[in-house]
Design a binder for this molecule. Sequence first.
Ligand code: PMT
Length: 401
Amino acid sequence: MDNLLNKKILFIVCGGVSAYKALETIRLLKKNKAEIKTILTKSAKEFVTPLSVASLSQGKVYDDLFSVENETEMDHIALSRWADLIIVAPATANTITKLSQGSSEDLASTVILASNKQIFIVPAMNVRMWEHKSIKDNIKKLKDFGYKLIGPVIGEMACGEYGEGKMSEPIDILKEINSFLSNNQKNKKIKALVTAGPTNEYLDPIRFITNKSSGKQGYEIAKSLSNRGFNTTLISGPTSLDINSEINLIKVETAEEMFKATQENLPADIAVFSAAVADFKIDKQNKDKIKKIEKLTINLEKNIDILNYVSNHNSMRPKLVIGFAAETTNLDDNAKEKLTKKNCDWIIANDVSKKDSGFDSDYNEVTIFYKNSQKEKEKLSYKKKSDLSEEIVDRIVSEIN
Ligand code: PMT
């Protein structure tokens, strides 16, 4: 498993009968030449000893938030920055609940809260606990945070019951981590460009025309692309959203600025145009604030179509150009027309007349129209924009690789 070589792994062991499997996982990671630091939660120490973990990992074992904070060499932030990735195994029901609430009551939860790296959760618990609605809801939250799940699997548990909840086997954990690292390595060389949010078109220095785009859809797509290792640039109109520092964020305000930033970031391999770019700009922006008058006539002129420019570029057209279509009527016909007219590979169409969907919502429902595929179109049902983005990026990954 070549991809583990020299990878820095922060391994968090929680208190459960399966903690013995954590020891074997650490041993295998070490055998594959990963560098390991470990955190033991208070209850983990009831199941495994710091000495056994230190001997197997040949690395430092941390357990106390306060002693770490006093340590000049590595505090909880430095510890989370040091790691290339974090594994929590076994992840107990208690830890899953704490993490889903953003708790920072001990070293393990504080490091995870402060982390900007991929976190893998390896659950282990009784089948009834695993099937409990509260755990299901908490797991969903963790997935929304971008954490990845390994297992659990179905089998006989330590308590004698049978079902889903058993911790994955150490070798399977290694395979998942190795495949994640291998995909990330491949994708790092692939540049993805995403536009998001609205643009502001100014009448005078303080007034502008804009639209209801929040940027959520585009930001979620950028996050999903970056989580898969793509070298991601996000060109964003004005929004109130944050994004992790792995993503190259370029903030712009007007369509012209968005166009310029896009030009400056070509070539790219993948381009996703989710921004709601104003189709028009004010033909002559007033230098000073416009005075109150009886009637004001504004002349609008066409803005440059950024998507059109990129999709028709003769030397720097990305391999995969994906446009969005915001429609209120005749979704299929309009989307198909845009697919051809704008020379896209895919058009992702959303009906923006629906309540709590599309513009300024956490949810969306889309249909993807493909140019060169056996499937003409594919509907992705109503769900959170974060989940939808994962599904869109799943399709991008299969198309590009
Ligand atoms: O930002 P959110 O609140 O999360 O909402 C998401 C969204 C509804 C804005 C998003 O899902 C969406 O539909 N984005 C495209 C909105 C739009 O402007 O659609 P359009 O049909 O007018 O444009 C078609 C395509 O051309 C789009 O990819 C658009 O980015 C692009 N375009 C349009 C005009 C222009 N001057 N330059 C462009 O690049």
